[in-house]
Design a protein around this ligand. Structure first.
Ligand SMILES: [Zn+2]
Length: 458
């Protein structure tokens, strides 16, 4: 069944750009004149890529069948190595180097073991070529937890297909994008074509918590003239994204017997006060957003993602750790946001000192990600829009997202212009996550046309 909002049907119906898998904001297309006819070579490429549909779906299912939550990414990387070898490429491991990452100013802080984690990169670079621009096609192998599993009607780590949709954790975010990248490369290779400048296929770890996997590939020396992250924004190119910061607030109360709770200080109740104090910071940040985020009703979300406290119903809990995620606008340094958070926490203590047995700690682990924007006039945006428009018949939406992606890592750390472009999917991070399979093939086809324009093929 074709979803009404899907771009494929948009061609026939003249509907507006689709609802996106993530919160996405359609913006005017800067270069509608980029749309041109498909050349004969384009048609040949699109057909060769479509001929690999079954393989793409089969690889996607293999990927979704692996639980690649944080710490378990290696099983999925095994599938990626296999698939790259099936294409005749030679995948190389780029292991995470904890010392190098801890020392890098753009790394997100982490306190878990990353030593056995590996990114996978395959380089497709025929010798003695010139004239093209190099390209990174990137996706992340890690997925978020499917909990609570009881809400899924089938096993989240067993892919299943129904009516053109493939379901499972990671089907949308973003194993479908990895499958599309592989499908694009396969089609071109079947035609005996190869790029005139190096093309790198990357499958990275830790996009969902730090971005340090993508950073590690840059530290290993993989650079290019552009990067496309195949995140499932469907029928849209993402040119702007917010920054994201993770932090924990550790609140110490005073444990005691529930029957004499007058002397004890309940850390869970204090944490509720802290949550509402931080909600006012969220409200302040949403009060006058800069463009394009001024078109969103609520661009900055504070999410209470975790709360750990207490172990006995008759004991007043003495500690409560709350894990938060908050966003920033492009251009706002992470450190400025940290300062504002710490001020809110200090003010909350000053207002009610009896609710704390000692000053709360703010601990930073995970995302310390700045926002990122690429001009809508950039050659990469024009060129990808043109490939899209040739294939789909109308230009893509250019969108700003209220989430973060690895595009910022390439952009900020290496000055590599980066956008997101990928299949149409739904329920990322949710129950019943799914991707619309025809959009995986179309993403691969648009990528194939773009590679022809950007890298050159011969
Ligand atoms: Zn993602």
């Amino acid at each position: 069944m074709t979803p009404a909002a899907y771009a494929g049907s948009q061609l026939a119906t003249g509907l507006e750009p689709p609802e996106l898998a993530y919160a996405g904001l359609p913006m005017p297309v800067a270069h509608p004149e980029a749309a041109k006819e498909m050349a004969a070579e384009d048609t040949e490429i699109a057909e060769a890529i479509a001929a690999g549909t079954e393989w793409m779906i089969e690889v996607l299912a293999r990927l979704v069948d692996k639980d690649t939550t944080l710490g378990n990414e290696e099983s999925g990387q095994g599938v990626m190595r296999e698939a790259l070898r099936e294409l005749g490429l030679d995948p190389v491991d780029v292991p995470m180097d904890p010392e190098a990452l801890h020392a890098h100013p753009a790394a997100s802080p982490f306190d878990w073991d990353v030593r056995n984690k590996r990114n996978v990169v395959a380089t497709w670079a025929p010798p003695d070529r010139d004239g093209g621009l190099s390209l990174i096609l990137n996706g992340h192998i890690d997925v978020v937890s499917p909990e609570p599993r009881s809400q899924w009607i089938s096993d989240p780590f067993t892919a299943h297909v129904a009516e053109d949709w493939l379901y499972g954790r990671g089907a949308a975010d973003m194993k479908c994008g990895l499958a599309a990248i592989l499908g694009a490369v396969k089609g071109l290779r079947e035609l005996g074509l190869s790029p005139n400048a190096p093309l790198y296929v990357e499958s990275v770890v830790e996009e969902e918590c730090t971005g340090n996997g993508a950073l590690q590939t840059l530290l290993a020396g993989y650079r290019a003239d552009a990067a496309i992250i195949a995140e499932p924004f469907g029928a849209a190119i993402t040119t702007s994204q917010v920054g994201v910061l993770w932090f924990d607030v550790v609140i110490e109360g005073l444990p005691g017997h529930a029957a004499e709770s007058g002397h004890a200080v309940n850390a869970i109740e204090t944490s509720l006060t802290m949550i509402s104090a931080l909600r006012s910071l969220e409200a302040e940040l949403n009060a006058s957003p800069p463009p394009p985020y001024d078109q969103y009703p609520h661009p900055i979300s504070l999410n209470i993602g975790q709360i750990h406290a207490g172990d006995w119903n008759s004991t007043v809990p003495g500690e409560c750790v709350t894990g938060y995620r908050i966003a920033t606008y492009p251009g706002m340094p992470v450190q400025a946001l940290r300062t504002r958070i710490e001020r809110v926490v200090a003010d909350a203590v000053a207002e009610k000192p009896e609710a704390f047995s000692r000053p709360p700690q703010v601990v930073y682990r995970g995302f310390a990600a700045e926002g990122y924007e690429l001009s809508q006039d950039h050659l990469l945006v024009n060129s990808l829009s043109s490939a899209y428009a040739r294939h789909m018949g109308s230009p893509p939406a250019l969108v700003a997202t209220t989430g973060t992606t690895d595009a910022r890592v390439f952009g900020h750390v290496a000055g590599i212009p980066s956008v997101c472009f990928g299949p149409y999917a739904e329920s990322a991070h949710g129950v019943g996550e799914r991707v619309y399979l025809p959009s995986v093939v179309q993403t691969a086809q648009v990528m194939g046309l773009f590679i022809r324009d950007w890298c050159g093929l011969s």
